[in-house]
Ligand binder design. Structure first.
Ligand code: HDE
Length: 684
């Protein structure tokens, strides 16, 4: 029997240690010279017979494969899943029943619209694709960080993607939804409204892949040993809470560090700070699907957690970075059809389309049907069938009988018995028609539910996002069309957006706001922790060494990641003569790359920093981005020099560093952002 731990051994078998032998060609022929091609004389023409030159260049020419048409930009990691509550009552899927097993995983996070080299922090949905290498085969739960989708039927996916991608005539804008074609599609396709609310919310700007939720989106089916089905929605909840960047910051980070989210994931895992999520399920017994007032097959709807609680069942930990980006992250081939016995599909027309699309995509991207033999795609379960040939076949079947049934091969492989995958025998009858069900017709009430559930600051961000995006739209009728739809979501929202984009605010719509909310949709009450938050400590020669040491040690104890930033790299000389090691030079970093900033005391240090535009701007931006700011002793004068108020939300000011200061600072950092702060008066 194959065990889950075999995934690691399997991957190890493919590892290549460059120091294990001397350099060779792909055919294993030893190479002694790779810097000069074979020529006639020292200055003569290059010879065709130089097989090493030709192989090297040909391989180079063929290095690229087509990038994913969507979700091209991503980052991946290995980990494992530990079940802590058996779902045996609902499913026969072994990895959801056996609480003693640890299931290996590979996860890929991504943005959707941008090309492979685009920036991480753009306004976008994030892909949250997870693979469980179970004993019964690969199970791929390929979700997003938002629980709904733009369209209800997969046949509209090419239209939606064409609309959101850079416009075809000039390929502008890259990785941005703020342009005419997307919003034209939206105003003509009101089923997008719920998802557009999510896309305009802070969910589209995650602080970290480690701090975002994941959702399976569709309603799936669990099937137990007796064949009874239960509808299920899958949820991933991050241990560090769900937190977002602010819009201004995301745009700057896109330039300062386009790899911001990718780097964050990589560094966290490399340093042993393994990100964690809890897997939860919402279960709805078969036969009860009619009780919600919307259709469970409609992927533009959520089941509010207040109606059906999310039941936590297990934990995913990501604990190993890939060894090679291309081999693993680029070649991972997720597919919704990778389902194990006990997990089944529903007739959600979006899900059904995906069941076709992913395999089709992999055939093109990975050049044929043998991609499942690539290390990252290989199941740990035994693979045995009569599939044959195709480009890059790596298996060597030892039989003449590659058909079923056969007697020449002893009838092998035998068909699986009771552990075989059995499709849920849902009863289906009806005419063949192209018609959306009437139960999919309500496009506004859950958009309203989302709006009603937001904290004040979340609403402000949503209005600002609509204004920004529609403000980039050149066609006035498109702006008007969107405002008209928003008016069916909430009149105040539509009015606030209209006022910012030169559209006449609409009359109140006939359908009024239903007044219902779902508190679980807001990020306000998410888990909070100072752990893994990056805190800048601004220093120069003459800094108070005790302040630096106390803040550094205190923050490390809280799990935060302090860094000492100075005008120059190397060391600074503290007021008491001690040498303080600098982590990074200020000109190589930026305020937007940190969660908080602290200015220790020290007359000379603060005088130097007050004359340093970079240091002042660092503080101003931290303030404008609602981050925790600490100042000690003379450090307060740097706040004055930057014209940043030293009181108010998230400002922690004291004479000298002690336990109370560190604790207050830790709380302010854990709070993530201080949106109650008045920032308008502080110059940008
Ligand atoms: Fe995808 N999607 N999608 N999608 N999707 C792809 O598959 C597609 C949809 C999602 O990290 C592609 O391997 C269609 C919903 C993620 O490798 C492609 C439809 C959700 C990823 C494709 C949808 C997703 C993809 C491109 C409408 C959230 C990245 C490359 C029926 C539940 C996976 C690839 C990774 C990738 C098609 C809708 C999530 C083209 C046709 C809904 C996370 O096959």
């Amino acid at each position: 029997m194959t065990s889950p731990d075999d995934k690691q051994r399997q991957l190890d078998a493919y590892r290549v240690d460059p120091c294990s032998s001397e350099m060779t060609t792909d055919q294993g022929i030893p190479i002694g010279e790779t810097d000069n091609s074979l020529t006639v004389g020292e200055r003569g023409p290059t010879l065709l017979e130089d097989f090493h030159f030709r192989e090297k260049i040909t391989r180079f020419d063929h290095e690229r494969i087509p990038e994913r048409v969507v979700h091209a930009r991503g980052a991946g990691a290995y980990g494992h899943f530990q079940l802590y509550e058996s779902l045996a009552e609902y499913t026969r899927a072994d990895f959801l029943c056996d609480t003693s097993a640890s299931t290996p995983m590979f996860v890929r996070f991504s943005t959707v619209g941008g090309s492979r080299g685009s920036a991480d922090t753009v306004r976008d949905v994030r892909g949250f694709a997870t693979r469980f290498y179970t004993k019964e085969g690969n199970f791929d739960l390929v979700g997003n960080n938002m629980p709904v989708f733009f369209i209800q039927d997969g046949i509209k996916f090419p239209d939606f993607v064409h609309a959101v991608k850079p416009e075809p005539h000039n390929e502008i804008p890259q990785a941005s939804s703020a342009h005419d074609t997307l919003w034209d599609f939206v105003q003509l396709q009101p089923e997008t409204m719920h998802m557009m609310m999510w896309l305009m919310s802070d969910r589209a700007l995650p602080r970290s892949y480690r701090m975002m939720q994941g959702f399976g989106v569709h309603t799936f089916r669990l099937v137990d040993e007796a064949g009874t089905g239960t509808f299920v929605k899958f949820h991933w909840k991050p241990a560090l809470g769900t937190h977002s960047l602010v819009w201004d910051e995301t745009q700057k980070v896109a330039g300062k560090d386009p790899d911001f989210n990718r780097r964050d994931l990589w560094e966290s895992i490399a340093a042993g700070r393994y990100p964690e999520w809890e897997l939860g399920v919402q279960l709805v017994p078969e036969g009860e699907e009619g009780r919600f007032g919307f259709d469970l097959l409609d992927a533009t709807k959520i089941i509010p957690e207040e109606d059906v609680p999310v039941r936590p069942i297990g934990r995913m930990v990501l604990d190993r970075n890939p060894d090679n980006y291309f081999a693993e992250v680029e070649q991972v081939a997720y597919h919704l059809g990778n389902a194990v016995p006990g997990i089944d599909f529903t007739d959600d027309p979006l899900l059904q389309a995906r069941l076709f699309s992913y395999l089709d995509t992999q055939l093109l991207r990975l050049g044929g049907p043998n991609f499942s033999q690539l290390p990252v795609n290989r199941p740990i379960a035994r693979v045995n069938n009569h599939q044959m040939d195709g480009p890059h076949q790596m298996r060597i079947p030892e039989t003449r009988a590659t058909y079923h049934p056969n007697s020449l091969g002893g009838g092998c492989p035998a068909l699986s018995g009771e552990r075989a995958y059995t499709h849920y025998p849902a009863y289906v009858a009806g005419q063949k028609i192209r018609k959306r069900s009437g139960s999919f017709a309500d496009h506004y009430s859950q958009a309203t539910l989302f709006w009603n559930s937001m904290a004040d600051w979340e609403r402000e961000h949503i209005v600002a996002a609509f204004r920004f995006e529609l403000g980039k739209v050149e066609h006035h009728h498109v702006r008007e069309g969107v405002v008209d739809h928003l008016n069916h979501v909430d009149h105040d929202l539509a009015t606030a957006v209209a006022e910012g984009i030169g559209v006449v605010p609409p009359e109140k719509a006939v359908t009024d706001n239903h007044g219902r909310g779902s508190p679980a949709l807001s990020q306000a009450d998410s888990a909070h922790s100072p752990a893994t938050r990056k805190v800048a400590i601004l220093v120069a020669d003459g800094v108070n060494a005790d302040d630096v040491e106390t803040v550094w040690d205190g923050l490390r104890e809280l799990g935060a990641l302090p860094e000492i930033l100075a005008p120059r790299d190397g060391t600074v000389r503290a007021a008491d003569g001690a040498a303080v090691q600098v982590t990074r030079a200020l000109p190589t970093v930026d305020s937007v790359l940190y969660d908080a900033v602290v200015v220790p005391g020290g007359t000379e240090s603060v005088r130097t920093l007050s004359g340093d535009g970079g240091a002042l701007y660092f503080l101003i931006e931290a303030y404008k981005h609602y981050k925790a700011i600490g100042a000690l002793g003379e450090g307060g004068e740097l706040l004055s020099a930057a014209r940043v108020p030293d009181d108010g939300e998230g400002m922690v000011v004291a004479g000298r560093a002690d336990g109370a200061f560190v604790s207050a600072l830790g709380d302010a950092v854990a709070a993530h952002r201080h949106f109650g702060r008045e920032t308008a008066a502080v110059p940008a």
